[in-house]
Design a protein around this ligand. Structure first.
Ligand code: PLP
Length: 380
């Protein structure tokens, strides 16, 4: 049995997405900027996909910029706003639990002289809203807070933050929230999303930029994406993204309910069958993520043991978990977990393809792996 529970790292592409992309590569290979029919056909496909993505965010088509990934969307938003609003203020506010796509960009901005304030979280990764309120002042040009945390699934109150941001632009990294929580009414000024987290292609993202906000071009050149991001469009990627959005949002409720059922079943089973665990995800977190510390074990060893049984999980975010020296999660650290609690943490992340039968299998294997580890210590 193969049970894929690492959907926050990436998802299996929908077959229909692959089919649509293959068709574009074979038949619609024109450059959308070309004046002939092949170019026009490609341009039409890009427009259609843009419309789907705009609708999924409650936006209009000309508020969407296609990018090469969620990271690029985040970088475009942070650098763009910081540089274009430099005269209005010098302060940027973010959280300690953002993805490196935001945190590392903030470090670069700090080196450029911006003052960045990092807001903390509690034991369930909930943002310290009082600290955020105190931090937002007239000098604040940008607030960037993720909509769903990638390691715990904690949902951040973006709409509430929109109500207290004063003159700042509010950006949300919604890479993990997209397709899982409603972003149409979140009232953020800018939203980063990525296709590969919703069964679309890797290397494809988008940035929503509310009308009226001016960004300097992120890539200068031929003027594609209304001048914000030049470069010939990745037409197959864009079409695949659009198709993924149609499928994921066309079936939003059923998908989320299905993830939720898998998550609940696994959580209930672990809580009643395995002693000495800490549930790091909040009860009202996103349906897609469940983070649990199995005390007295090492997550990395559990991960490889489960892998031998065909179960794929993660110890933290995929992007940082395989880097030397970055072993311990900055998110769980910011939540105040002790090193031993972080060491035993596993992230299970779900998609609509997971089933209750799979969860029974996972429960059995997790219980065995944890019991064995606790009895023998590290057995690898
Ligand atoms: N932001 C968050 C919260 C993420 O989880 C990820 C990917 O894991 C990213 C940004 C980066 O997205 P991408 O892989 O498309 O660059």
């Amino acid at each position: 049995m193969l049970v894929y529970l690492d959907n926050s790292a990436t998802t299996r592409q929908y077959d229909q997405v692959t089919e649509s992309m293959t068709k574009v590569m074979k038949d619609y290979y024109g450059n959308p900027s070309s004046l002939h029919t092949l170019g026009y056909e490609a341009e039409k496909l890009v427009k259609k996909a843009r419309k789907s993505i705009a609708q999924s965010l409650g936006a209009s088509d000309d508020e969407i910029i296609f990018t090469s990934c969620g990271t690029e969307s985040d970088n475009t938003a942070l650098y763009g706003i910081a540089h274009s609003r430099r005269r209005q203020g010098n302060k940027i506010i973010t959280s300690k639990v953002e993805h490196p796509a935001v945190l590392e960009a903030c470090k670069v901005l700090e080196k450029e002289g911006f003052h960045v304030e990092y807001i903390g979280v509690d034991k369930k990764c909930r943002l310290d809203m009082d600290a955020l309120k105190r931090a937002i002042d007239d000098d604040t040009i940008l607030v960037s807070i993720m909509s769903v945390n990638n390691e715990t699934g904690t949902i951040m109150p973006i709409e509430e933050i929109a109500g207290m941001k004063k003159n700042a632009i509010l950006h949300t990294d919604a890479v993990q929230g997209y397709g899982k929580v409603d972003l149409k009414n979140c009232r953020a000024d800018m939203i980063s999303v990525s296709a590969h987290k919703i069964h679309g292609p890797k290397g494809m993202g988008a940035l929503y930029v509310k009308k009226g906000i001016n960004l300097p071009p992120y890539m200068a050149g031929g003027g594609q994406e209304r001048g914000y991001r030049s470069g010939t469009e990745n037409v197959p990627g864009i079409v695949g993204f659009g198709r993924a959005v149609e499928l994921a949002f066309g079936d939003f409720k059923r998908r989320v309910n299905s993830m939720s059922a898998s998550r609940k079943y696994l959580l209930d089973g672990i809580s009643s069958n395995i002693k000495d665990v800490i549930v790091n995800s909040p009860a009202d977190g996103a349906a897609s993520v469940l983070n649990i510390s199995f005390l007295g074990t090492r997550g990395e060893v559990l991960l490889h043991t489960l892998e031998q049984d065909g179960i794929f999980v993660s110890t933290g975010s995929a992007c940082s978990s395989n880097k030397k020296g970055k072993g311990q999660s900055h998110v769980l650290g910011a939540m105040g977990l002790k090193p031993k609690e972080i060491e035993g943490a596993i992230r299970f992340s779900f998609s609509e393809f997971n089933t209750i039968d799979e969860m029974d299998y996972v429960l059995d294997k997790v219980e065995k792996a944890v019991t064995r580890f606790r009895r023998l210590g590290s057995f690898r």
